[in-house]
Write a protein that binds this ligand. Structure first.
Ligand code: PEP
Ligand code: MG
Length: 539
């Protein structure tokens, strides 16, 4: 039995798949035996073809012909003289190793396609990158890092999963995951709760404690994994799993119940989302609004920045789906543990204290920030959309962001495009400085949302990703509680509302205290909403 940090509730009984770490480091080498190097490249192509055929066969069965066709175009690329042929020529002409020859060709095509206006052509660029990456992984002998050909009932075991790894997990195959590193509020843990699959993080050495194909039980409530369990244990966990399902069914009675405390105070229970489609899960779980849309997920898993129109469609979709209910959309919070493949950021000693979120947006107003703000403003015409800025550390920063928003409003007005002139703007209170100065800032914002995931790590100087200091990462530490109380009081003094969108908002132990403090809105992973409603209704 192995223990870790319980990151997402539920039980799973399945088979282990160990996801190898993927580090693509291309080192240029001079090649003597050109024929042998070309052969090595060709066998990577052959391996790639076999994998693609398998994936295509699975896709045909599961998602139909139309979606499976994409793999045909990928396979065609393997024979394309302009692509793989160019790699062979590059090996021959420049006497370089396959990896370097391939990388050059991928880079060349990526640059050409990325500069094209046409959406279809840009997608072809993405195909080249996709196939190129697969060939590269095979060349480097890292096929175990790919998660696209998994069997049903797979429990993924990895050193760590990046937010984009988790965003790609196929819920029809992956029933749980376990990682060596990470804490309860690392983004992979948050994603597990969004996916509603059990997960345990911070297991330290789980990758070396299991083998591929081992059977395994994951108890996401206790943070326990049982490797190769006996029949009696499997039976016991099947029972627990069934009971868990029953309790979930019981909670579903609260889906359309409006949340009030016993003495009649309205408290909104909302959902956090990362992708537009997640809004459906929030509604299915009785969410009364969206308290946090982490827009950075729109920017991940792609090769270029999403355009204003693409973003507008996503924000409009969520806003319309929620009708009159509030939708708080946070501007891009990239940096920290969230990276974009097409936006290289310098390596930093302390990424969580570095160049991220609003700092980066204010630095890249034209290329990034204004595009998003224009899309948000345009979507504000379709419902109850509110704009929230992350990582605000001072009033000046908020006012600067508002200035940029005003510029965007002026532009849209000139262009005759609709938007809500009175769109609400607020900030995440996730840096202690913002909590301490909340009285001052409250005069200027429409709302606060307390981001405890970061607030706790900054207040207690305990990295939210590091399992070694997770014992210090305590939401109920008096210093954290005081900052929360100060923030809520400061908002109320100015007649503003205060919510919370960090994981603490859905923490069963913390909820009663937060309700006592007068928190107006709790926003959390969809899977926590019904339990939170129950606790508040009984309070
Ligand atoms: C937070 O910091 O509490 C928060 C909600 O933002 P994120 O988890 O995306 O950093
Ligand atoms: Mg945060």
């Amino acid at each position: 039995m192995k223990k870790g940090i319980a990151a997402s509730k539920g039980y799973a009984i399945g088979k282990v798949f160990i996801k190898e770490d993927l580090e693509i480091e291309v080192i240029e080498k001079t090649i003597e035996d050109i024929d042998a190097e070309k052969k090595r490249f060709e066998s990577a192509l052959k391996e790639t073809r076999t994998q693609l055929e398998e994936i295509k066969a699975k896709a045909l069965k599961e998602v139909g012909e139309e979606k499976a066709a994409v793999f045909d175009s990928h396979m065609m690329l393997l024979d394309d003289p302009e692509f793989t042929g160019a790699v062979s020529s590059n090996i021959e002409n420049n006497k370089v190793n396959g990896e370097k020859a391939l990388q050059d060709v991928i880079d060349m095509y990526s640059a050409i396609f990325a500069s094209m206006e046409d959406e279809y052509m840009r997608e072809r660029g993405a195909d080249v990158k996709d196939v190129g990456k697969r060939i590269m992984i095979n060349l480097l002998g890292k096929a175990g890092s790919m998660m696209d050909n998994l069997d049903e009932n797979t429990v993924v075991v990895a050193t760590d999963l990046t937010p984009s790894d988790t965003a790609q997990l196929d819920k029809t195959k992956v029933i749980a995951f376990l990682t060596n590193i990470g804490g309860r509020t690392s983004h992979s843990a948050i994603m597990a709760r969004t996916l509603e699959i059990p997960a345990i993080v911070g297991m330290k050495d789980i990758t070396t404690s299991v083998k591929n194909g081992d059977s395994i039980i994951v108890d996401g409530a206790e943070g326990i994994a049982i490797i190769n369990p006996d029949d009696a244990t499997i039976k016991e966990y099947e029972k627990r799993k069934a009971k868990f399902q029953e309790e979930l069914e019981e909670l579903k009675k609260l889906i359309s119940v409006e949340t009030h405390t016993k003495d009649g105070r309205r408290v909104e229970v909302c959902g956090n989302i990362g992708k537009p489609q997640d809004v459906n899960q929030v509604l299915e779980n009785g969410g009364e609004g969206i308290g946090l849309f982490r827009t950075e997920f729109l920017y991940m898993d792609r090769d270029v920045m999403p355009t204003e129109d693409e973003q507008f469609e996503s924000y409009k979709y969520v806003t319309e789906k929620m009708g009159e209910r509030p939708v708080v959309i946070r501007t891009l919070d990239i940096g920290g543990d969230k990276k974009l493949p097409y936006l290289p950021l310098p390596e930093e000693m302390n990424p969580f204290l570095g160049y991220r979120a609003i700092r980066l947006c204010l630095d890249k107003k034209e290329e990034i920030f204004k595009i998003q703000l224009r899309a948000l403003l345009r979507a504000s015409a379709f419902g109850n959309l509110k704009i929230m800025f992350p990582m605000i550390s001072s009033l000046e920063e908020f006012l600067e962001a508002k200035e940029v928003l005003k510029e965007c409003m002026d532009e849209l007005r000139k262009e005759g495009k609709d938007f809500n002139e009175n769109v609400d703007t607020g900030i995440m209170v996730e840096i202690p400085a913002a909590a301490v100065c909340a009285d001052e800032i409250a005069k200027h914002v429409d709302f606060f949302s307390i981001g405890t995931n970061d607030l706790i790590q900054y207040t207690l100087a305990a990295d939210r990703m590091n399992e070694k200091v997770s014992y210090l990462y305590n939401p109920m530490h008096p210093a954290v509680l005081r900052l929360i109380k100060m923030t809520i009081d400061a908002a109320h003094k100015e007649g503003k509302w205060c919510g919370m969108c960090g994981e603490m908002a859905g923490d069963e132990v913390a909820i009663p205290t937060l309700v006592e403090y007068g928190l107006d809105e709790h926003s959390m992973s969809a899977s926590s909403i019904l339990t939170a409603k129950k606790i508040i209704l009984e309070k």
